[in-house]
Design a protein around this ligand. Structure first.
Ligand code: UDP
Length: 160
């Protein structure tokens, strides 16, 4: 059965995560998905894509005046990214905690950037910084039909 929540808040809050080209090519995709699965979050959309310059420029529009903007867009287009939507209670904030700080040098061990990154630009993964950004980014990267609402039947299937 599919459940379509009427509002994306509470346990239905969603965030946008993208494993960047370095995270993908360093074979960290499984490791990263595993962390969010084990945390208890619910994967509702995922695709690997070679993002266009147009998409990346829109994604990072708020950083357009920063000196690293052009370099950032080039890096994000240098290979496929794994785009995902994860759902669950306080997922926007908690996912940012799980990612660590922008600079891996400021990120504690136990975070994704703290465990696997060194460079401030090549920091493995993107995560929305607010609910508003999440909504904007999900709409930018995914069509409505690509977001799959599903009911957790694991316990029922184990016991039936
Ligand atoms: N970035 C960079 N140099 C900087 C700051 C940021 O190359 O001095 C890159 C880095 O990949 C970062 C992205 O730009 O993840 C977006 O920057 P933002 O400040 O939004 O950090 P985030 O929200 O990703 O932690």
């Amino acid at each position: 059965a599919h459940i379509f929540p009427s509002a994306w808040t509470g346990i239905n809050e969603r965030t946008f995560l993208a494993i960047k080209p370095d995270g993908h090519q360093r074979r960290l995709v499984g490791e990263i998905i595993r962390r969010f699965e084990r945390k208890g979050y619910h994967l509702v959309a995922m695709k690997m894509i070679q993002a266009s310059e147009e998409l990346l420029k829109k994604h990072y529009i708020e950083l357009r005046d920063r000196p690293f903007y052009e370099r950032l867009v080039k890096y994000m287009g240098s290979g496929p990214v794994v785009a995902m939507v994860w759902q669950g209670l306080d997922v926007v904030k908690t996912a940012r905690m799980m990612l660590g700080e922008t600079n891996p040098a400021d990120s504690l061990p136990g975070t994704i950037r703290g465990d696997f990154g060194v460079d401030i630009s090549r920091n493995i993964i993107h995560g929305s910084d607010s609910r508003e950004s999440a909504q904007r980014e999900i709409t930018l990267w995914f069509q409505p039909h690509e977001i799959v609402c599903w009911q957790d039947n694991a316990e029922k299937w184990i016991n039936e």
